[in-house]
Design a protein around this ligand. Structure first.
Ligand SMILES: Cc1ncc(C[n+]2csc(CCOP(=O)(O)OP(=O)(O)O)c2C)c(N)n1
Ligand SMILES: [Mg+2]
Length: 382
């Protein structure tokens, strides 16, 4: 009985039937009622429902001198992902890493541009393509690499491997192998945030193939109905394994799909870090200030196969070349240099730093102990 009293109150049926266009003062339409009231009322008077032109005011970053340091840092994060994953590919080929391994190479501008908009106490739900997400979140490269090696020093003690990176302290709520699965979990976190009346945001990252799965529509429906503060980030790399988006989605423009749930959607150039940052900043603000979930579709490309086991022979080389010419790391560096915001020697120093981190991570992973056979069921839940 005591446990029952601790549960958040059930929401009234009539609330579920209310259209949730604008939040009524003192509570969101169709939201599980929160335990506190005044803060909710404050937030309910936010920016207003976004129109078809976009989510609201623009973001904050630009190629201007006051952002010099931050822009260099962001470029450095993209470089770190690239160097880290090149080493992962090498270590996989040398059989130091087992299981499945999916790389972010080519998608760095989307990863960095999106995740940099979050506060450290916001939640992230990722999929199996999670190394880059974990790096940007601040999980140590050595702990990720050791995880990939299946070592006890890995971020989840070597029990998860490449697809299941998890760090509760950093609110990195996991990579998941089940396509679409994290969307439902993100709704759980979003509901918890509303019950506790917190001003936190959940970012849920998934591929365009996941939008054909039932979980996608169930989750968007619930998120909108209950006004859950979720940013649905669809990384549209245009392929789900070997299937091009036009072949598996009746609506290949993913940003249009959330309209079925009266949810705003926006497409952004996923090779352009600042554009991603700007769009996601607006989506985060909507979620945090108005409990308005939205979807951002970042159009990007993976330069490698679906996983390390995939030679990606299904893509014409001319198509790959078009996207290679838009390499986000090369482009962003050029933009920074042309704007006088990064000198070649500064870029070289950032490169060296990334390389040193990756070297150290690989050495650490190699030298770390494997889990003890006697600990087989430790850290494992079923
Ligand atoms: C429920 C489920 N169905 C099928 C699979 C097999 N599978 C793994 S990844 C993948 C493609 C997903 O593509 P997308 O969502 O576009 O993400 P990407 O790999 O391109 O990042 C599929 C079908 C799975 N893991 N889970
Ligand atoms: Mg895809």
């Amino acid at each position: 009985m005591a446990a029952n009293q601790e549960k958040p109150p059930r929401r009234a049926n009539h609330a579920a039937r209310q259209p949730a266009k604008t939040p009524p003062a003192g509570g969101g339409g169709g939201v599980p009622p929160s335990r506190a009231g005044p803060a909710q009322e404050r937030r309910a008077r936010g920016l207003g429902h976004p129109g078809p032109g976009g989510f609201g005011p623009p973001g904050r970053l630009a190629f201007t001198p006051e952002h010099r340091e931050e822009l260099q840092r962001l470029w450095g994060e993209m470089v770190l992902i690239r160097r880290f994953e090149e080493r992962v590919a090498e270590m996989y080929t040398r059989a130091r890493i087992g299981g499945y391994t999916h790389l972010n190479i080519g998608e760095e501008a989307t990863v960095v541009g999106a995740l940099t908009t979050l506060r450290p106490d916001d939640y992230i739900f990722s999929n199996y393509r999670d190394h880059g997400h974990a790096l940007v979140r601040g999980i140590a490269p050595r702990a990720i690499m050791a995880e990939l090696f299946g070592k006890e020093t890995g971020v989840v003690h070597g029990r998860g491997g490449s697809m299941h990176i998890f760090d509760r302290e950093r609110r990195f709520m996991g990579g998941y192998a089940i396509v679409g699965g994290p969307l439902a979990l993100a709704c759980g976190a979003g509901t918890a945030i509303r019950y506790r009346d917190e001003d936190l945001v959940v970012m849920c990252i998934f591929g365009e193939g996941s939008t054909n799965i039932g979980y996608f529509h169930e989750s968007l429906n619930l998120a909108k109905l209950w006004r859950l503060p979720i940013v649905f980030l669809c990384v549209n790399n245009q392929y789900a394994m070997g299937a091009p988006v036009q072949a598996d989605s009746s609506v290949p423009e993913i940003w249009r799909k959330p309209c079925a749930h009266d949810m705003p959607g926006e497409r952004v150039d996923g090779m352009d870090l600042l554009a991603v940052c700007e769009a996601v900043t607006r989506a985060v603000r909507l979620a945090r200030e108005q409990h308005e979930p939205s979807l951002v579709e970042a159009l990007t490309y993976r330069y490698r196969g679906h996983s390390m086991a995939d030679p990606a022979r299904y893509r014409p080389q001319e198509e790959v070349n078009v996207w290679l010419a838009r390499d986000p790391i090369v482009t962003f560096r050029q933009q920074l240099e042309q704007a006088g915001l990064m000198r070649p020697e500064e870029a070289d120093a950032i490169e060296r730093n990334a390389q040193a981190l990756v070297d150290e991570a690989a050495q650490f992973a190699e030298a770390s102990p494997a889990p003890e056979p006697t600990d087989l069921d430790r850290w494992v839940y079923a």
